[in-house]
Design a protein around this ligand. Structure first.
Ligand SMILES: [Zn+2]
Length: 492
């Protein structure tokens, strides 16, 4: 390398700048930087999530998360966030719900949400007479409405592990005796869950109008057996969950050819919408929240245009970015230069397009809206999201909250610990420079931690020659980079 091609001559974003934040997230996204355990990952979309931060009203938080979940309709790649502005001390007045998504929302979303809300209002009105047929009809009407909207996503979730679930059901039937079912609660519950699931699959086939994924949503949802099957499935899953996830995993000892971890996650997702419907019902019935349903609903959609992010333009520039992040994070042990070099090489291969079109993630769009818009009614300090947040968004909320006093903070249900890019830093109204710096520092620390782990996990191979280690690492990074490109094509 000649003196002229040193990094000083390259456009390198300053530590703590928005560009550095974007580049660091891009770096993390190819490295699968995940500091949370695999166990935590199981709860990526679990509802209802135990929301537990001081100053959050749990019931409202769960209502907002459930609303976000039922707004999703696309089979894939859709995340929706919802914020609320309401004056709870005022007995009439209006409730403003603010929606944002990662992609464009369907035009019908507003009318759909208003209709769901009307169902909840009627449920709230009848909350003293839940056994009356009107209340039951209202509940069924709401469930039908929601399943019809969510059907593409629901069908995808139901089909995802269909073969594995039916195989487990068969194996279980061959394995257990009547006695087992009678004596052990968990056996009875597990079997009931799989039976309901098999019934659901039969019902779907009965309404198939072509290939496996061409199923008439209207026919399925209005089939008189559909809601009872889903009620049963949800009840079984919920009961099993209250016995503890392990009561299901014990089955992996009896049926070792089956993955209970995968199936647990699967049933969690299959019953997710039903759990959300139950949450909406419970909110409408709540003596504390029912006043909310007397208010006039106003739905607002918030969006911000995509912006272009310029990434480092060479391997050297990426290496400088990593060095800077490490300096800022000051890991206890220095990172091997070859780890930095191979990482930088993989990054410059992966991001051969130096300029990437990025959008602000949906929960950050709502945060930006609430913190940069003048409003009359104060927003609720909780933002509902249909999925746990990524590492970038989580750093945004943590950094913003550090700069606010407790009554001006905003919370979400939590993070899954994965890094996503494309991603764009939101504006938060005040202290933008300080805020950006904090986001950068949090990401740099986690990234340094990751590189330290990479360096450690390869230290045993070091004795076989560092050249080999370096090329192995490079291969791995490259392969991952390549498979990630395929996702870009799918999402484009
Ligand atoms: Zn995010």
């Amino acid at each position: 390398m000649t003196a002229r091609s040193t990094t000083a001559a390259l456009p390198v974003s300053a530590a703590g700048s928005a560009d550095a934040v974007h580049a660091l997230l891009a770096a993390g996204s190819i490295a699968d930087v995940s500091l949370v355990s695999a166990e935590h990952d199981l709860h990526t979309t679990l509802l209802p999530q135990a929301v537990d931060s001081p100053g959050i009203d749990k019931k409202t938080a769960r209502l907002l998360d459930a609303l976000a979940a039922i707004l999703v309709s696309r089979a894939q790649h859709e995340v929706i966030a919802i914020g609320a502005q309401v004056d709870l001390s005022d007995h009439s007045g209006k409730l403003q719900l603010v929606l944002a998504a990662n992609a464009a929302l369907p035009q019908t979303i507003q009318a759909y949400l208003e209709e769901v809300w009307r169902c909840m209002q009627l449920l709230a009105e009848h909350r003293q007479q839940l056994r009356l047929p009107e209340a039951k009809d209202q509940r069924a009407r709401m469930a039908e409405l929601i399943y019809r909207h969510n059907f593409p996503k629901f069908l995808r979730r139901v089909r995802k592990r269909e073969a594995a679930a039916l195989r487990f059901h068969q194996a279980m039937r061959n394995h257990i005796t009547r006695q087992d079912v009678v004596q052990h609660d968990s056996t009875a519950i597990v079997l009931a869950m799989f039976r309901r699931y098999s019934k659901l699959i039969k019902l779907l086939s009965a309404h198939q109008v072509g290939g496996k994924n061409e199923v008439s949503a209207v026919d399925v949802v209005s089939d008189p057996n559909f809601l009872p099957i889903m009620d049963g499935l949800w009840l079984a899953f919920r009961s099993l969950r209250s016995l503890g996830e392990n009561s299901f995993h014990l089955w992996s000892l009896r049926l070792p050819d089956h993955s209970t971890v995968e199936l647990w996650r699967f049933f969690n997702k299959v019953t997710l919408i039903h759990g959300s419907i139950a949450e909406l019902e419970s909110a409408a019935r709540s003596t504390r929240l029912y006043r909310l349903f007397r208010k006039k609903l106003v739905v607002e959609i918030v969006d911000y245009p995509r912006k272009r992010v310029t990434l480092p333009t060479s391997k050297d520039a990426w290496a400088t970015l990593i060095d800077t992040a490490l300096n800022s994070a000051q890991p206890l042990k220095p990172i091997e230069p070859q780890v930095i070099q191979s990482t930088a090489a993989a990054l410059s291969t992966r991001f051969s397009d130096k300029s990437v079109s990025c959008r602000i993630h949906c929960e950050c769009k709502i945060l930006q809206h609430f913190t940069t818009t003048a409003y009359k009614i104060k927003p609720i300090n909780y933002i509902g999201v249909s999925k746990l947040s990524c590492t970038g968004c989580s750093a945004v909320f943590d950094s913003y909250n550090e700069l606010q006093n407790s009554r001006d903070r905003f919370y979400t249900r939590g993070a899954h610990g994965k890094w996503y890019f494309p991603w764009f830093l939101p504006e938060v109204g005040v202290n933008q420079i300080d805020f950006t710096n904090r986001v950068y520092k949090k990401l740099a620390e986690q990234y340094a931690q990751h590189l330290k782990t990479v360096a450690l996990s390869d230290s045993s191979a070091l004795s076989e020659g560092s050249q080999q280690v370096s090329s192995m690492l490079e291969d791995l990074m490259y392969l991952r980079a390549e498979s990630l490109e395929e996702f870009d094509e799918i999402e484009a």
